[in-house]
Design a protein around this ligand. Structure first.
Ligand code: SF4
Ligand code: SF4
Length: 405
């Protein structure tokens, strides 16, 4: 492996949510790059693998690094050299990826609900990150996954435009109501969102685990499906968007697939951009002086650090005229979900999440919202863990609710 030219300036330590929670220098980008340079993956012990799993791939370090080191890429390359079940919680991460390879299985777990939690939970140790995920399924109402065809009544609008949609498997199989809200928001504006049931998982979990081959396989399937239509592709999950944008890098060495990947990425549109483009959000008429909804918008790290998109979603909320947006004094923070990080490092993930939830609850929000399925699940669990009545909802659900007030 080539030596990465880290200046050891420490700028990354100040922004790393994992290091801030654990207090360990080895958890910073600087620490991990140092280990890679002096030891290399050939000497990977269980401890070494554990240190490399302690990264959310949030991108905060790369965004601030004066040497512009793509730290996520370096760490994923290192993880690629580990066995798929290496390190603490390795088998659980492996199992989660297997589940995502057949996203319909998520629907099965959702239908199983609390019975599934009891059944599988009996075999998992108390510290297991997967145990946390199973609790999530127990909370989800049983039901069918989100359908390709609309269940909304025909709007009878002329010049209806059909736009391709990448809804993401977590939303499709675990929280289909958020997708119903996306579809409903656009349907009133002569936009029909359509997707193919043949879409695969975006491949983020494989890529984050270092399984580049698995991520490419899912990428090829998605490219083939998305090529079947022209025009924009709306993505309603920030994590999926980040992974789809990564496809050209994923296929860098394969000229034909690289070109096809670039064509797809040039068509990607983030959810709130499409709202803006079609002027979907309109001011609502306030009924009483104090009826503003107190909303905390959580910025998914994948948008905050990779795309530097911070305000577009807030702007859509503001446009409704019925919202007071709440902010933390120290600015947006990571929720600790990080793809499979919550499974690999449940304690650190839980600490990051619980501190954020506690700080946000002091702002007394009516609702917490975001546009990433992973963050949403993390928030739902965090709020449930402290018995809060505050709910976490996808931005589409909140905008729909504001429209209805
Ligand atoms: S910010 Fe970049 S150069 Fe500075 S210590 Fe971190 S990885 Fe190294
Ligand atoms: S990607 Fe995020 S969690 Fe990982 S080392 Fe960088 S700042 Fe820390």
């Amino acid at each position: 492996m080539s030596q990465v030219k880290c200046a050891k300036c420490g700028a990354c330590s100040a922004v790393c949510p994992v290091c801030q929670s654990s207090g360990q220098e080895s958890h910073t980008a600087r620490g991990k790059l140092h280990l890679l340079n002096v030891l290399g993956v050939a000497e990977a012990s269980t401890e070494f693998v554990d240190i490399f799993s302690a990264c959310l791939l949030c991108g905060a370090c790369s965004a601030i690094c004066p040497r512009s080191i793509d730290i996520s890429k370096e760490l994923v390359n290192a993880r690629n050299s580990f066995s798929s079940v290496a390190g603490p919680h390795g088998y659980e991460k492996y199992l989660a990826r297997k589940l995502l390879a057949v996203p319909e299985s998520l629907a099965g777990l959702r239908v199983l609900g609390s019975a599934g939690e009891k059944l599988l939970g009996a075999y998992l140790p108390k510290s297991s990150g997967l145990r946390l995920r199973l609790a999530m399924f127990a909370d989800a109402p049983s039901g069918q996954p989100f359908r390709e065809k609309s269940s909304l009544p025909s709007m009878q609008l002329e010049d209806t435009k059909t736009i391709s949609w990448f809804p993401g498997c977590a939303a499709r199989y675990i929280s289909p109501t958020s997708l119903e809200s996306c579809r409903s928001l656009f349907a009133n504006h002569a936009v029909t969102l359509t997707f193919s049931g043949s879409l695969a998982c975006c491949g983020l979990a494989d890529w984050a685990a270092g399984d580049v081959k698995g991520a490419r396989k899912k990428g090829r399937q998605n490219i083939q499906v998305l090529e079947q239509r022209d025009g924009p592709i709306m993505v309603s999950c920030a994590s999926c968007l980040a992974q789809l944008q990564r496809y050209p890098t994923l296929f860098a060495g394969e000229s034909e697939w690289l070109q096809r990947a670039e064509n797809i990425t040039s068509r990607l549109v983030e959810f709130s951009s499409l709202l803006e483009e079609h002027e979907v959000v309109q001011p609502v008429e306030l009924k009483t002086k104090d009826s503003k909804i107190r909303v905390f918008y959580h910025d998914p790290c994948h948008m905050r650090h990779n795309d530097q998109i911070v305000d577009r979603s807030r702007e859509q909320l503001r446009k409704s005229g019925n919202v007071e947006i709440l902010e933390l004094p120290d600015g947006p923070r990571c929720c600790g979900q990080g793809g499979l990080f919550h499974i690999a490092q449940p304690e650190i993930s839980g600490r990051i999440r619980d501190q954020l939830v506690a700080d946000v609850l002091t702002l007394q929000p009516d609702v917490v919202t975001t546009s990433c399925s992973g963050c949403l699940m993390q928030w739902q669990q965090g709020l449930a863990a402290v018995g809060s009545k505050v709910k976490a909802k996808h931005l589409a659900q909140v905008l729909n609710k504001i429209k209805a007030t």
